[in-house]
Design a protein around this ligand. Structure first.
Ligand code: GDP
Ligand code: MG
Length: 138
């Protein structure tokens, strides 16, 4: 298995709650290497590209509005099997159900909103990672 890269986003809820450092530390503490990092005010156009697989789904518009609500911290982490490793560390999509010990399980909850505010995004395959890193880092 070769060294991979993955896009990690700390979504606007994570940044607004002051969890950026805590979340980045957990990924670094697992042993992955931080290779890119910046704060981004995402545009609708960028988000349309990033979330193209979800266009037309019921949660798409609330998701975009949420992602436009404040800055996102965008990072690239590197390591063996980092794509799978980060998604395991993030926990399942719905924070209420995410296992304790995961980022979403430890810091997330249901806020009764139209979109799941679940703190982080991680690429789900090598192809997604390449596409998403190009979108956020050019
Ligand atoms: P992820 O890969 O675990 O982030 O999940 P997806 O790629 O399936 O969805 C992207 C994002 O859309 C998720 O992280 C959630 O913020 C949101 N989302 C996904 N599915 C749902 C849903 O069924 N309902 C709501 N309200 N939000 C969702
Ligand atoms: Mg996804």
């Amino acid at each position: 298995m070769s060294v991979e890269r993955t896009l990690v986003l700390i979504k606007p809820d994570g940044v607004a709650r002051g969890l950026t450092g805590t979340i980045l530390s957990r990924v670094e503490a697992k042993g992955y290497k931080l290779v890119e990092l910046k704060l981004v005010n995402a545009t609708r156009e960028l988000l349309e590209r990033h979330y193209e697989e979800h266009v037309g789904k019921p949660f798409y518009e609330p998701l975009v509005e949420f992602m436009l609500s404040g800055p996102t911290a965008a990072a690239v982490f590197e390591g063996q099997r980092v794509i799978e490793g980060f998604r395991s560390l993030a926990g399942t999509t719905e924070p209420t159900a995410a296992a304790p010990g995961t980022i979403r399980g430890d810091f997330g909850r249901d806020w009764g909103l139209k979109v799941q505010q679940n703190l982080v995004h991680g690429s789900d395959s090598p192809e997604s990672a390449e596409r998403e890193i190009a979108i956020w880092f050019g």
